[in-house]
Design a protein around this ligand. Structure first.
Ligand code: ZN
Length: 198
């Protein structure tokens, strides 16, 4: 088997399973000897990997595997702090990707536009509902999305969704199918695994 064809793999220090490196979260030490999440896996130096999964991170922290892997046994690591670092990065990634989708004209927003799109069976990859959407709008969108088998996520406030899309408050947004939509879906899945929503 040619080595070139294989994706590099690393072992999660939480569950000890080898996974493609790109699917894992990399941790490094900053020059000030602080724990950093190297989400893009580009920072120099020794790195330790975990799955992007709350259980693996809890296990890695409880068993001091991050410290051991980074050769800094005395480092204090707090699970909540690590989880916060990762979820913050994930939210930022999702926002950035959404911003790119808006610039390339792949984002749709507003409940009536989205309900119409769903009715026309336009190729929407997913619908995003804000955390503070009204129950009336939420149930209409959920019913329409379900009938077209379009996934629905719920995150961000309507103010934040509006900001990401460069508009006023938006309680519903959607993305047309494509690479950006797939990239966002992946990050949303990771976010959910970190916040124990799935
Ligand atoms: Zn793991």
């Amino acid at each position: 088997m040619s080595k070139r064809c294989r994706e590099p793999e690393r072992t999660c220090v939480g569950c000890r399973v080898s996974q493609p490196q790109a699917s894992l979260v990399r941790f490094v030490l900053s020059p000030q000897q602080q724990l950093l999440v190297d989400y893009r896996q580009k920072l120099p130096g020794r790195g330790v990997y975990t799955c992007c999964d709350l259980d693996c991170i809890v296990r890695a922290v409880e068993r001091k595997q991050l410290q051991r892997g980074l050769k800094i046994e005395q480092l204090q690591v707090d699970v909540d702090q690590v989880v916060n670092m990762i979820t913050k990065i994930l939210l930022q990634r999702i926002e950035n990707l959404f911003g790119m989708a808006r610039k390339s004209g792949q984002a749709v927003s507003g409940s009536s536009a989205i309900l119409n799109s769903l009715k026309r069976n336009d190729s929407l990859a997913f619908v995003l509902l804000s955390d503070d959407v009204s129950t009336g709008i939420a149930s209409k969108v959920l019913t329409a999305a379900e009938s077209q088998r379009v996934e629905v996520f719920q995150m961000f406030s309507k103010g934040r969704i509006g900001e990401i899309l460069g508009k006023g408050e938006r309680s519903v947004a959607a993305l047309q199918a494509g690479k950006l939509a797939n990239a966002i879906k992946l990050e949303v899945q990771r976010y959910k695994r970190m916040s124990r929503e799935i």
